[in-house]
Design a protein around this ligand. Structure first.
Ligand SMILES: [Zn+2]
Length: 396
């Protein structure tokens, strides 16, 4: 699996057409309401090319026409928007604590969703259960009559850059799993594109692709839940996720913060996850894996032991933010994941540390915005759906 948006062939007419379609779609996605003339101006394509491609995209249900633009002197043009009524994409997340599914329209709006707090067991049983839930989702009246572009599945571990194989899910104990093959054996459809993605990469992609307003040049999304990972996305018409040789880009949970520290699920000692992760907090506070972490922490909020554990986790998260700032220097940091439900006592120390140190190196650097996503229940599933849309736009 190379970068999600790299067209497969280059140098021929189909490639050029695909490039033009994707560029026009992405221009409308990022600037809803443009006219054909605006698009030609912004993209450098001829008006004839834009007119021809827009006509096909209107016929295929990717674009719709809106209001008439009044222009000073010139011929008025119709505003163009993504068609939110014709297509849908499915996204699913196999999380350490349960399964989450969404169906989205082309605007990234969630039309239907399912969330089951059923921790995965074996890959086979999980594929069977996910297939059942996909059937339930596809029967939802909210997506009846829509054309489905495909399915993206987000998983809690690195995915091979060469093939859609989950290399390792340390918090599930899964190794080298061809999860899409298991899922295909259990369900009929949907037709279209199927893809497998690391959950933090998927979340990062969705936050970037469906960014509300003009997106930053690049973002890093930190997913702090049962484990902790990070996805990075940059680009414009063809957003790119760097993956690295083995798909390990963004595996910040296993960067070592405390050499010789506590034992991590990966086998090493002192990884970031041993300080800031759902499993480390449960271990430190002796909270049963079946109980809700946020409810248990909230019920014991006055205990010094709980306050110390949250502060320690928050400090470690702050270190990770600063390390990301200095290694990747994204235009925006976004922090999500179930640990955000633990509130200010965890995120407060992290943001304070980052704010205090982010300009140490350059002194006069501008502050990098940090956005906290309080409810990221469906962020990764929606991001996987966004990747389906982006690939479908190239493959039209
Ligand atoms: Zn580790």
């Amino acid at each position: 699996m190379p970068n999600s948006f790299t067209p497969q062939a280059a140098g021929d007419l189909n490639y050029l057409k695909s490039l033009n379609r994707s560029t026009i779609l992405s221009t409308v996605r990022r600037n809803p309401g443009l006219s054909r003339a605006d698009i030609a101006l912004q993209t450098g394509l001829t008006k004839a090319t834009v007119g021809g491609v827009v006509q096909i995209l209107l016929e295929q249900g990717w674009l719709r026409e809106g209001e008439l633009h009044a222009r000073g002197g010139g011929r008025p043009g119709r505003a163009l928007h993504l068609d939110d009524a014709h297509h849908c994409m499915l996204g699913a997340e196999v999380g350490v604590k349960g399964l989450r599914l969404v169906a989205c329209n082309l605007l990234g709006e969630i039309l239907a969703s399912l969330h089951r707090e059923e921790p995965p067991t074996t890959p086979e049983a999980t594929a069977r259960r996910l297939a059942e839930l996909l059937g339930e989702l596809r029967d939802d009246p909210a997506i009846a009559g829509r054309s489905c572009l495909g399915l993206g599945v987000a998983v809690p571990g690195p995915v091979s850059p060469q093939a859609p194989i989950l290399r390792l899910a340390p918090n599930l104990g899964w190794v080298d799993i061809d999860f899409l093959a298991l899922l295909r054996a259990e369900c009929r459809g949907p037709e279209g594109i199927w893809l497998l993605e690391n959950e933090a990469n998927a979340a990062a992609f969705g936050e970037f692709y469906f960014f509300d307003g003009a997106p930053p040049e690049s973002i890093a999304y930190i997913s702090a839940g049962s484990g902790i990972g990070c996805g990075v996305v940059s680009g414009d018409h063809f957003p790119v996720i760097p993956r690295g040789r083995q798909g390990l880009v963004g595996e910040i949970g296993h960067t070592v913060l405390q050499p010789g520290g506590a034992l991590c699920h990966c086998g090493n000692r002192g990884c970031a996850e041993t300080l800031v992760s759902g499993w480390a907090l449960r271990e430190a506070l002796k909270i049963d894996s079946r109980a809700s972490l946020s409810a248990s922490v909230s019920a014991r909020g006055d205990e010094a032991e709980v306050q110390a554990a949250l502060a320690r986790a928050g400090d470690a998260l702050g270190l990770l933010l600063l390390n990301l700032h200095h290694t990747l220097n994204p235009s925006m940091l976004i922090v999500g994941g179930s640990l955000m439900r633990l509130g200010a006592r965890l995120i407060g120390p992290a943001l304070s540390y980052f704010d205090a140190h982010q300009n140490d190196l350059l002194r006069q650097a501008q502050a990098v915005p940090v956005k906290v996503v309080e409810d990221s229940t469906f962020t990764a599933a929606r991001g996987a759906a966004a990747q389906v849309m982006a690939r479908a736009a190239v493959a039209l």
